[in-house]
Structures are given as structure tokens and as C-alpha cells.
Design a protein around this ligand. Structure first.
Ligand code: ZN
Length: 338
């Protein structure tokens, strides 16, 4: 098969690799139907995370089960399936508590921008899409593998409630999905922080009621203005920088909550500030598996169409161009199809 490999920062190649095989009875092999490039893939592409030896890339996928190991009893060959970026057994104490990204048998998915993927713990990891979904729904189904699942978790972690006021820091695909999640969870007011016209448009389409273009102190001041000096009930932090993290905490009302899903780079929190703020914090790698059945229903029923975050579709063989387009901000998110 052919698969995406990174050889060095900026050097993405689509090349011949050995076909994946079932190595454990809990494995399955999936034929990729759609995959994509994640904002977090750019950390390696830009050399911010060291690349080291050439290695495969990709952790988002929708595919068809080709072959299932003898311990896989929840999905079968021929089914269209979605899984999270972390494989999980869905049976251990952390999984049963709804935190499948902390599964005691977790494995990070790292080989998904490929024609075929080996899925460990496939019975726990994969969720079959019922029926024979309209191919037009494929982009939305693909977002559930990471960005929409992560935006959803940010909203749940920030305790978004019906009637609540929500602020979303970050206008990447996850932040935009966070806006959509807040809307679905019944928020009354959704303040999206964005300074890019195309992303503002999508945020409004997804349910944002206000846009804030300022950042840092000015961004916090603007949210305070919009909430009559109170702060937001729930803030979704979808960036992960020191500035965005501070901005999220300072824009939250006392007793409110921050859901943080941006991979932290240089974030430090002062204990005294946190103590005084009375703000609740929960975040980390989103337990997407918990939300998959519900989110699949919401997409199939037409309630939500998170697939709009994809503004470019390319053949998988042009994966190098997909990375360039996202790196140069010519695209919000690129869908790849073999
Ligand atoms: Zn588990």
C-alpha cells in the first residue's frame, strides 16, 4: 500500500509501505475511505516538535473493515467505521468512566494518512455507522474522529448548559467545532474569538452570536464588556499557547469552567491566580470514543454538519500539498481521499 511519511520538517512523502497485518487477535484492518491533516500534524511539519527518524503520519479516519481479528466482536468486515485518534478497549475502569483516552490499553493512532490502517483494540475503538449513509455526509462523519469530538469534549468539559454564555478561544477547526457543540448543547450566547474573515463566517454559520477580533488583554476586556463585567459561564480553550490559556481563564466568571483541548505549549498556571479565580479547569486529550455514537446520530439525522470545516479536498496521493495548504493557511482543514 501507499502511506504518508514525514522525513524531515516540511518533507512529507506519499510512498510504498508494507501492508498492515493483524498482529493481535483484537486488531482489525481498515481500508481508508477518508482521512485528513490535523492542526497538530503541523507541529512536526514546522519542526516545532522534533521529527527524528522518518515515520508515518495521521490519526483521523473513516474506513471500511477489511479484516477483523478473532477477538473483535462489535464490528465486522464490510462495515463503515469511525474511531478516535486513541485506540481503547472500552472496557477498563477509565473507559467505563468515559475517559477512553486514558485507557489502560490505549495506543495512539499514528498511521492513518494511508490506504490501509491497523486498528488495535478494534472492538472497543471502532464504532460502526448504521445503514448506508449518503456519501455527502462523509466529511461530517470524518470530523467525529478528532476535531468535532474534541470540540464537543471542550464544550462538555467547560460545562456548557442550556441558556449559558460561552466564549471560544481559537478559530481553527477544533474551535469552530466547539462553537457548533456549544450551540447543540443549548448555549444562548456564543462568543467566537477570530480575526480571519472565512473563519468568522463559518463560526456564525455554526451558531456564534458575537465575534471578538481582539486578543490578550484587549480580548479579555471585550468579553467582559459583552458580559456586563461578569465573564463567560463556559470558555473553550482550543489553541494551547500561554496567551490563549491565560485569556480563557481570565474571561471565565467565578464559578465558571474552562474546557481546554489545545495541546499546551509553554502554558504555566499560577496557583494563587487559580485559587483566586474560582474557575474550574478540565481538559486534555478528548475521550472522543465516549461521544461517537451520539455524534454519529446527530450527523446522520442532519442536525449538524461539522464537515463544513473542510474547505479543500485532495486525493491522498497529494498529501504533501495538503500540508502546505494548511501550513500556509490557505485551507482551514484538508480532506484526503484514496
Ligand atoms: Zn480502556
Amino acid at each position: 500500500m501507499r502511506a504518508t511519511m514525514i522525513h524531515a520538517p516540511g518533507d512529507i512523502r506519499f510512498e510504498q509501505r508494507p501492508d498492515p497485518r493483524i498482529t493481535e487477535p483484537a486488531d482489525a484492518i481498515v481500508r481508508t475511505v477518508a482521512t485528513c491533516v490535523c492542526g497538530s500534524d503541523l507541529w512536526s511539519y514546522r519542526g516545532i516538535n522534533p521529527v527524528g527518524d522518518p515515520h508515518p503520519m495521521g490519526h483521523e479516519y473513516v474506513g471500511v473493515v477489511e479484516e477483523a481479528g478473532r477477538d473483535v466482536d462489535t464490528v465486522r468486515p464490510g462495515q463503515l467505521v469511525i474511531g478516535s485518534f486513541i485506540a481503547s478497549d472500552n472496557t477498563c475502569p477509565h473507559c467505563r468512566y468515559g475517559f477512553q483516552t486514558a485507557c489502560m490499553r490505549r495506543e495512539a493512532m499514528t498511521t492513518c494518512q494511508a490506504e490501509y490502517i491497523r486498528i488495535p483494540q478494534a472492538g472497543g475503538t471502532l464504532v460502526a455507522v448504521p445503514g448506508d449513509p449518503d456519501p455527502a455526509l462523509l466529511p461530517s462523519l470524518l470530523t467525529l474522529s478528532d476535531v468535532m469530538g474534541t470540540g464537543w469534549y471542550a464544550a462538555v468539559a467547560a460545562q456548557v448548559k442550556p441558556g449559558g454564555t460561552v466564549a471560544v478561544v481559537g478559530d481553527g477547526a477544533v474551535g469552530l467545532c466547539g462553537v457548533l457543540a456549544a450551540k447543540e448543547l443549548g448555549a444562548d450566547r456564543i462568543i467566537a474569538m477570530s480575526r480571519h474573515h472565512d473563519r468568522q463566517k463559518l463560526a456564525l454559520d455554526f451558531g456564534a452570536t458575537d465575534l471578538v477580533t481582539e486578543r490578550g488583554d484587549e480580548g479579555v476586556a471585550r468579553i467582559m464588556d459583552l458580559t456586563h463585567g461578569v465573564g463567560a459561564d463556559s470558555v473553550l480553550e482550543c489553541v494551547g499557547t500561554a496567551e490563549s490559556s491565560a485569556q480563557a481563564r481570565r474571561a471565565t466568571r467565578p464559578g465558571g469552567s474552562v474546557g481546554f483541548v489545545g495541546l499546551p505549549h509553554g502554558v504555566e498556571i499560577d496557583g494563587g491566580d487559580l485559587f483566586g479565580s474560582m474557575v474550574g479547569l478540565r481538559g486534555g486529550p478528548a475521550p472522543v470514543r465516549r461521544f461517537l455514537p451520539d455524534l454519529i446520530d446527530r450527523v446522520l439525522s442532519g442536525r449538524m454538519a461539522p464537515g463544513k470545516v473542510f474547505d479543500l479536498t485532495l486525493p491522498l496521493s497529494e498529501v504533501a500539498e495538503a500540508y502546505r495548504a494548511m501550513d500556509e493557511r490557505r485551507a482551514i482543514k484538508v480532506l484526503l481521499q484514496p
